[in-house]
Design a protein around this ligand. Structure first.
Ligand SMILES: Cc1ncc(COP(=O)(O)O)c(C=O)c1O
Length: 390
């Protein structure tokens, strides 16, 4: 694609006029071209439902169109199609792994202070059911890669049977150095489930090199797929124990076919993944990532005069960065929502804000359709509107 990145690219999405979009990270944003492909697939499905499901969806000899989509994802993330299941979202994939992992009373499940809330709750529910115990590693802000690795290293014991680790954390947008952490856990015999909800499309992925036991990622965030599109990777030695959340006709086929059909549902999102991959490739991934990094630097420079500093050094973020909004009082739980809503209401800015580790944070996503002007609008709005406890 020769089109320049920045606001002129907004024409490829169906964004509302005037909306300033700095939050690809929460819900993604699907381009018109990909939505068109999903519409086409839905029309085909409803034009002759029997033929559509029987010839394209139901796992017969294991070679459905969904398997072909899994193959396309596998090629993109350094894995094999047989190790990739298509799932609705990261939440569902993590749930499936937690239910599949054999856990006994007093086994420890390691998570961190920055683990996504829904994942923390899923781990808590698993612990309540199995008698396992959650271990939440503190990650005080600001943080460096060395401090993060050391924090995890010092709590690893033989009792830690499963670690659920983010590849890019949600509230803090930290790029976690998993290539340093996974070997430590593997050496301890700990199984590793990586929550890569934000990664596919935001950073290059090579699961063959990373060697997690399981890895989930959302194609509907940074890969531009329709909503409800994610994948679950299971390494060869855990694939046979990895079960879907829903038992249906094909449960006997095992991973990954048992995930392909869990009752009648709309498969058009997954079938549109090749269109999302094509769109993403057409941007030129290297150029897109370089643009996003530059835009993050522009944003950092504009927020700095307001006393707003990043949560970590530059090497720990990719296309998203979180910043600490300084306060003269302790952060309150409601402060995040207050920032988010005031920026939205008073400046038409869609962004993520949250309170983590006692700090009020603003998380900025620098997607290719955003421009320097958007970052200027953000810094001006923050200067004008302020934030709780400023
Ligand atoms: C780190 C992390 N894990 C899991 C999720 C859940 O993703 P989904 O809502 O698509 O299941 C999110 C969503 O933002 C996330 O940031």
């Amino acid at each position: 694609m020769t089109k320049p990145f920045g606001r002129s690219l907004r024409a490829l999405w169906g964004f509302a006029d005037g909306a300033i979009l700095l939050n690809q990270g929460s819900f993604g944003a699907c381009p018109l071209e990909v939505m068109k492909e999903q519409d086409r697939l839905r029309r085909e499905m409803e034009s002759q439902p029997d033929v559509f499901f029987r010839t394209r969806i139901l796992p017969r000899e294991g070679q459905t169109e969904l398997r072909a989509v899994a193959g396309a994802i596998a090629a993109f993330v350094g894995a094999q199609a047989d190790n990739i299941a298509l799932i609705e979202n990261a939440t569902a994939g993590i749930q499936a792994v937690l239910r599949s992992m054999p856990l006994a009373r007093s086994d420890v499940i390691l998570i961190t202070e920055h683990t996504y809330n829904a994942v923390r709750l899923a781990v808590a529910a698993t612990c309540a059911e199995t008698g396992a115990v959650p271990l939440i590693v503190p990650m005080p802000l600001p943080i460096t890669a060395d401090a993060l690795v050391a924090g995890i290293q010092q709590v690893i014991t033989p009792a830690v049977k499963l670690a659920v680790l983010d590849h890019i954390t949600s509230p803090t947008a930290l790029l976690v150095p998993l290539e340093r952490i996974i070997p430590l856990l593997r050496a301890n015999g700990t199984r590793v489930l990586v929550d890569g909800a934000h990664t596919i499309g935001q950073i290059p992925l090579d699961l063959g090199a990373l060697q997690p036991d399981w890895y989930v990622s959302n194609a509907h965030k940074w890969l531009f797929a329709p909503k409800g599109c994610a994948f679950l990777y299971a390494a060869p030695d855990v694939a046979s124990i990895t079960k879907p959340n829903v038992v249906s006709h094909y449960i006997g086929l095992g991973f990954p076919q048992s995930f392909d059909y869990t009752g009648t549902r709309d498969n058009s999102g997954w079938l549109a993944i090749p269109a999302a991959l094509k769109f993403f490739q057409s941007l030129g991934p290297e150029a897109a990532w370089a643009y996003q990094h530059r835009l993050i630097d522009v944003c950092t420079g504009l927020l700095s005069p307001l006393g707003i500093q990043p949560v970590s050094p530059r090497d720990m973020c990719a296309g998203m960065r979180s910043f600490i909004l300084p306060q003269t009082r302790a952060a309150e739980a409601a402060d995040g929502a207050a920032v988010l809503h005031s920026l939205w209401k008073d400046a038409s800015i869609q962004i993520n804000a949250n309170v983590t580790g006692g700090k009020l944070l603003l998380r900025v996503s620098a997607q290719v359709y955003a421009g320097d002007e958007d970052m200027q609008s953000l810094s001006q709005a923050l200067k004008r509107i302020g934030w709780p406890g400023r």
